[in-house]
Write a new protein. Structure first.
Lengths: 268, 225
C-alpha cells in the first residue's frame, strides 16, 4: 500500500491558525521593544495578498494557455528581478540595468525553455504549469548572484584603482588590467550556487521539492525535479553573471581604455 | 607636419574639468619639444597631475586635441601609446609579486610580448644602478621600504624603453637618498634621449639637460624656457 496521499486541504480557519505564528513574532517584537510590529504586520498582509493574487494569476495563465501571456509574465518577473539587483548594488556611475535585463531575460528564457521542453518534455515547451515555476526559480536565485557579482566588480575596481591604472600604464589593455577583478567577481557570484549543490539534501530541503512532496508527489520524482532545478540554477547563474560582467566591465573603461569608475560617488 | 619634425606633445585648445568640479584646463594650447626635461610646477590642486594623466590618456579632455608625435592621442592604440609614454605614480604601486616579477611585469602584457624580458644579471645591474644592490630578485617587492619601492617602480616603468617618462611627484614622500636616486636617474634618461615631464613641488632643476618649466595655475598653462 502506498504511503503517498493527495495534499490535504488548508481552509480559511487553518490559515487563520497559521497567522498565530505571526502573532508570536509580533509579541517578541513588542516585548523586546524592537519596533518591528508595523513592518511585520505590513509584511504578513503583503504576503497573503501577493500570494493570493499570484494564485489567481497562475490559474488564469494556466486556463488561457497562451505563449505570449507566459512570456509576458516572465518579462515582468525579470523586470522586478533587475529592480532588486539595482537596489542591491550601490554603484551609480556605470549604467548596468539594460544589459542586465536583456541578459537575464534571454538566458533564463533559453534555459527554462530547454528544461521545460527537452528535459521535462512538456508540450508545448512554454507549458505554463512547468515554465512559470521553473523560470521563477531561475530568476529568483540568479538575481542574488548577479547582485553579488556586480557589487564585487564595482567595489574592487574602485578599491584597486591604483593597481588597475598601474597595469594600464605598463601597456595593459583594459581587459588585462581588470581580468583578476572580473574573475573574483564571477567567483563571488557562482560560489553560492555551487555551495548549495553540495548542501542540498543534507543541510536544507529546497522549497520546490518540499512543496511537491507535500502535495503528494513521489519523493523520488520530486528529487529528480530538484536535481534538474539545481543544475539549471548553476548554469543560469554562471552564464548570466559572466555575460553581464563582460558587458559592464567594458562600460567601466572609456575609449582610451582608462578607468571611468572612480572612488566615491563622483569622479575625482 | 611630418612626424619626425613634430613636437613631442601638442595641446590645442584643450579643456578639462571633473564632472561637477572646477575647471582644470581652460582651452589651453602649448607644445613640448622632444628630448627636454619639463618640470611642471603649480599650486596644489591646480591640475599638474591631471596634465600628466591627459598625456597618456588616463583621462580624456572635455574639449580640444592632444597630439603625440603629430598624431591625435585618439589615433593611437592606448596600450601602444602607454608603451611609449610611461607614467610613474606619486605613490609606488606594487602588487603581491617578487622583485623579479615586478621588474618584468610590463612584459606579461600583450603589447610587450615581442620584447625580450631582461635576464637576472641585467635585472641585478638595474637594481645596483638605483642603489638596491642588496635586494634579492626573489624578495617580495611589497616588503621593501617606500623609497625602495618607488625606485623599483621607476625601473619597472622604463623597462620597455619608453620615449617619454611622465613622473607625478615621484619624490614627494621619499627619503633624501631615494629622492636623489630618482632625480639622478630621470636626468640620465633625459640625457639619453627620453623626454621627461616631472611634476614637483620643490626647487629641483635637472643638470646637464635642456630644461623647461611648465607652470599650471587657474586653468592656464605657461611654458618658461
Amino acid at each position: 500500500m502506498s504511503m503517498m496521499q493527495e495534499a490535504l486541504d488548508i481552509g480559511a480557519m487553518e490559515l487563520g491558525i497559521a497567522g498565530l505564528f505571526v502573532v508570536v513574532a509580533g509579541a517578541i517584537s513588542m516585548a523586546g521593544r524592537l519596533g518591528l510590529g508595523r513592518s511585520l504586520l505590513t509584511g504578513a498582509v503583503r504576503c497573503v495578498l501577493q500570494l493570493t493574487a499570484m494564485g489567481y494569476v497562475l490559474r488564469f495563465i494556466f486556463n488561457v494557455d497562451s505563449v505570449w501571456i507566459v512570456l509576458g509574465v516572465f518579462c515582468i518577473m525579470t523586470v522586478f528581478a533587475v529592480r532588486i539587483v539595482r537596489g542591491n548594488v550601490a554603484e551609480r556611475q556605470i549604467p548596468f540595468v539594460l544589459p542586465a535585463f536583456l541578459t537575464m531575460f534571454t538566458v533564463y528564457a533559453l534555459i527554462s525553455a530547454m528544461v521545460t521542453g527537452v528535459i521535462v518534455g512538456a508540450l508545448p515547451w512554454w507549458h505554463p504549469q512547468y515554465f512559470i515555476p521553473l523560470a521563477g526559480m531561475v530568476v529568483g536565485n540568479s538575481m542574488t548572484a548577479l547582485g553579488l557579482s556586480l557589487d564585487r566588480l564595482f567595489s574592487d575596481l574602485k578599491a584597486k584603482q591604483d593597481q588597475v591604472e598601474m597595469a594600464l600604464c605598463l601597456g595593459a589593455t583594459a581587459w588585462e588590467a581588470s581580468r583578476d577583478i572580473v574573475r573574483d567577481a564571477l567567483k563571488a557570484g557562482m560560489t553560492p550556487s555551487i555551495n548549495s549543490l553540495a548542501g542540498v539534501g543534507l543541510v536544507f530541503l529546497p522549497g520546490m521539492m518540499t512543496g511537491q512532496i507535500l502535495s503528494g508527489a513521489d519523493p523520488l520524482l520530486a528529487i529528480r525535479y530538484q536535481i534538474v532545478v539545481m543544475f539549471m540554477l548553476v548554469a543560469s547563474t554562471a552564464l548570466t553573471v559572466a555575460i553581464v560582467l563582460h558587458i559592464v566591465r567594458k562600460r567601466c573603461f572609456g575609449p582610451g581604455q582608462q578607468l571611468l569608475l572612480k572612488p566615491g560617488k563622483t569622479r575625482r | 607636419m611630418p612626424q619626425n619634425s613634430a613636437p613631442c606633445f601638442e595641446f590645442e585648445n584643450v579643456s578639462f574639468a571633473w564632472p561637477g568640479g572646477k575647471t582644470i584646463l581652460d582651452g589651453q594650447s602649448f607644445s613640448l619639444p622632444k628630448g627636454v626635461f619639463a618640470v611642471v610646477r603649480g599650486p596644489s590642486g591646480s591640475g599638474k597631475s591631471t596634465l600628466l594623466r591627459l598625456m597618456n590618456r588616463l583621462e580624456d579632455p572635455v574639449d580640444g586635441v592632444i597630439r603625440y608625435l603629430g598624431r591625435s592621442l585618439g589615433d593611437w592604440s592606448p596600450p601602444l601609446l602607454r608603451q611609449k609614454v610611461a607614467y610613474l605614480h606619486q605613490m609606488p604601486v606594487v602588487p603581491d609579486l617578487s622583485v623579479r616579477e615586478t621588474l618584468c611585469h610590463a612584459f606579461t602584457f600583450n603589447i610587450n610580448q615581442a620584447l625580450d624580458p631582461p635576464g637576472d644579471s641585467a635585472l641585478t645591474a638595474q637594481l645596483q644602478r638605483v642603489g638596491l644592490g642588496d635586494v634579492g630578485l626573489g624578495d617580495p617587492a611589497a616588503a621593501l621600504s617606500g623609497g625602495q619601492r618607488q625606485r623599483l617602480c621607476l625601473l619597472r616603468a622604463v623597462a620597455t624603453g619608453p620615449d617619454v617618462l611622465l613622473l607625478d611627484e615621484p619624490t614627494a614622500s621619499l627619503d633624501k637618498e631615494s629622492k636623489a636616486v630618482v632625480e639622478e636617474m630621470a636626468g640620465e634618461l633625459c640625457a639619453g634621449g627620453t623626454t621627461v615631464v616631472m611634476v614637483t613641488h620643490d626647487d629641483f632643476i635637472p643638470g646637464n639637460t635642456a630644461c623647461i618649466e611648465v607652470r599650471v595655475r587657474d586653468g592656464r598653462v605657461e611654458i618658461c624656457q
